[in-house]
Design a protein around this ligand. Sequence first.
Ligand code: ADE
Length: 375
Amino acid sequence: MAIISSRPQPANSGEPPKKARVSGAKPTGKSLSHRDLLQGAATIEEQQEVPSNQQNLNPQEEKIRPQRLEDYIGQKDLKGVLQIAIAAAQGRNDPLDHLLLYGPPGLGKTTMAVILATEMGTNCQITSAPALERPRDIVGLLMKITAGDILFIDEIHRLSRMTEELLYPAMEDFRLDITIGKGQSAKIRSLPLPPFTLVGATTRVGALSSPLRDRFGLIQRLKFYDLAELQTIVQRTARILPVEVTPEGAEEIARRSRGTPRIANRLLKRVRDYAQVQQAAQATTKITQEVAVEALELLEVDPLGLDWTDRSLLQIMIDNFKGGPVGLDSLAAATGEDVKTIEEVYEPYLLQIGYLQRTPRGRIVTDAARKHLGD
Ligand code: ADE
């Protein structure tokens, strides 16, 4: 578990956003008694000095993450819906309704949760389902919540059943139901919680149980970004890093970013490294289209953004399975990739650009993909 404390930032102040309070914790222990559950909360507090999963919270990432809704590029429909929800909740002095964000990885679900907290003037507590394995983990988090806080749970489709069941009354009635004792003498003790907003994120909305899905007032999908949006994101990140990039250089990086800001920002950093080394004799580093193409070719990112794994996935389907249909398990076995990685990371973009088709009998490679591979 990690916590970002996000406070309102002045709009368009031109100043760098105030540093978020970031800490992490690794839950421990097994017992489920009331006392233990409460002690669990204390344990989590204590363990905040031992960060465990801050991988998505490193300071470099935080610097380039937009802080306000107006700085967030793309996802126009989502922003429209959230702007109304924020204004309405603020008008009533209520917390935001619980929100479920779904879509492929890297499109900005965590970023949006942090922005919502900033816009609402509250804290954002960030965790992910695998860090909430035991009931005491979610109890510890809920007991720390203050009124209006946003609790962000990434990969929410992976919650354990007991954790999920603790969340139902917490979401619906701001109540924590703790079972004390075991068997026939077990009693439920209810503790009131301050009103809060749960923001859940998932790459697999279909994997959520319906009782959990039904408790979200807003369910929103994040879409892949278009070329112009990604180019603007690359230019914005380049200004923050800082590194000089021409519009054509930014467009080249954007074109190869598979519709995904996280990839665009990663490629920009790799191209910056390349440009810096290539232009070591010059006073400044400049990313032109030519430099971007050279660097991305070296990284084996092709003009459509496909990398070695994408191409090998498609090629194996053609060579070993006559282009399909092929089931996910067979594909995973043939490529040595994990089923979930294929399904959640590689497949969405290949489907989006029409290189793969999903049929009831399995996946099929399209003619467009064959042409791209030169088959
Ligand atoms: N960095 C990553 N995603 C972004 C977005 N949607 N807008 C602005 N900057 C970003």
